[in-house]
Design a protein. Structure first.
Length: 76
């Protein structure tokens, strides 16, 4: 039900310190049980799916060809 910082770091393939930094910046929501930060697994997975969807959308937009501007005319 919950992921530890270590488990989240392994899942994301990044150092634990970076996951903790994202928690402190409130980019990853977590609860503190007194000793450890815990990340709700379902919410974490939902967030990752949204990030992947956004990355694909940005990639599609970046790969679209630039339309030719009809107002620009070659005056040479």
């Amino acid at each position: 039900m919950y992921l530890t910082v270590k488990e989240a770091a392994e899942y994301l393939s990044m150092p634990e310190a970076q996951v903790e930094k994202l928690i402190f910046q409130r980019k990853i929501r977590a609860i503190h049980d007194g000793d450890h930060y815990l990340i709700y697994k379902d919410q974490f997975n939902t967030h990752l799916k949204q990030v992947e969807k956004y990355k694909k959308l940005v990639e599609e937009v970046m790969n679209e060809p630039v339309p030719e501007d009809i107002d620009i005319k070659d005056e040479d």
